[in-house]
Design a protein around this ligand. Structure first.
Ligand code: G3H
Length: 253
C-alpha cells in the first residue's frame, strides 16, 4: 500500500484522434479510481478531451509548453493558454523533445517556472540514453538534469512531478527492472532533497516511464520510491491503459 495515490499519466505523443478520445475516455471514465489518472493528448485535442472528461476526476495535460509567455513565437502554446483550456499538468523536457527539438536543461527550467506561475503541475522528464547507461553515467546525467532544471523554484502550495524515463527503455519493450528503477528513484529523491529541501522533496512524486505495460506495472508500483507511471505506447490501447490504472488503483491508500 502506498502513502499516497499513484499518478498514472498517458502520453499519446503524436498519435490518436477524435475516435481515441471517446474510446480512451470510455474505458477509464466510469471507474472511480483512487489512483490519479491523467491524459496528455496532442494540443489540438486538449479542449475536446477536457470537455469529454468534465464530470470526471481524470486530469488533462499537455505534452509540452512554451518557454515564452506571449509574442511572436509561431507555433508555440503558452502555459496560460493551456491553463485556460483546462489543462492541469504539462510534460516538460521529454527525451524526444530533448533529442529531436533540441530542448535543454535551461529551457526546462524556464518552462517549469512558467507552468508553476500559471497553475499547471510540471512533470519534468529526465533520464539517460543507451550510451550513457552503458558507460555507467546515469547518476551524472540525472544530477545535471535535476540541478539545472530545478533550482530557485517557488513551490509553496504547488505540485511538481519528476518522470524518470531511461531513453533506452522508451518504446523498446525493454523496461528497466523494478530494482533498477527503485535505485534510480532513490537517487532522484536524494538530489531533490539537496535542491529543494527535504520538506518540498517529500511532496514531489517520482514517476517511471519506459515500456510500461500491464505486465510490469504492479512490480514497478510495488517499489517504495515509485509514485506513478508515465505510459506511452500502452496508453493508446484503451483497455490496456485501463488495466494499468486498475493496477495503480489497487496499491492506492
Ligand atoms: O512518455 C512516455 C514514455 O516516452 C514511454 O513511452 P513507452 O511507454 O511507449 O515506452
Amino acid at each position: 500500500m502506498k502513502k499516497r495515490a499513484p499518478l498514472v499519466v498517458a502520453n499519446w505523443k503524436l498519435n490518436g484522434g477524435t475516435d481515441l478520445i471517446c474510446t480512451s475516455v470510455a474505458s477509464v471514465l466510469n471507474k472511480s479510481f483512487k489512483a490519479e489518472v491523467g491524459i496528455a493528448p496532442p494540443y489540438v485535442y486538449i479542449s475536446d478531451m477536457v470537455n469529454f472528461l468534465r464530470n470526471s476526476n481524470i486530469l488533462v495535460g499537455s505534452q509540452n509548453v512554451s518557454k515564452f509567455a506571449s509574442g511572436a513565437f509561431t507555433g508555440e502554446t503558452s502555459a496560460q493558454m493551456l491553463k485556460e483550456v483546462g489543462c492541469t499538468f504539462c510534460l516538460i523536457g521529454h527525451s524526444e523533445r530533448r533529442q529531436m527539438f533540441l530542448e535543454n536543461d535551461a529551457s526546462c527550467h524556464t518552462k517549469i517556472e512558467r507552468a508553476l506561475v500559471n497553475g499547471l503541475m510540471p512533470i519534468l522528464c529526465v533520464g539517460e540514453n543507451d550510451q550513457q547507461y552503458e558507460l555507467g553515467l546515469t547518476q551524472d546525467i540525472l544530477y545535471r538534469q535535476l540541478h539545472q532544471a530545478l533550482p530557485n523554484l517557488e513551490l509553496q502550495g504547488k505540485r511538481l512531478c519528476i518522470a524518470y524515463e531511461p531513453v533506452w527503455a522508451i518504446g523498446t519493450g525493454k523496461a528497466a527492472s523494478a530494482e533498477q528503477v527503485q535505485e534510480v528513484h532513490q537517487y532522484i529523491y536524494q538530489e531533490l532533497c539537496a535542491i529543494l529541501g527535504e520538506e518540498a522533496a517529500e511532496g514531489v512524486q517520482i514517476l517511471y516511464g519506459g515500456s510500461v505495460k500491464k505486465d510490469n506495472a504492479a512490480e514497478l508500483l510495488a517499489m517504495p520510491n515509485v509514485d506513478g507511471l508515465l505510459v506511452g505506447g500502452a496508453s493508446l490501447d484503451p483497455e490496456h491503459f485501463a488495466q494499468i490504472c486498475t493496477i495503480a488503483n489497487d496499491v492506492a491508500p
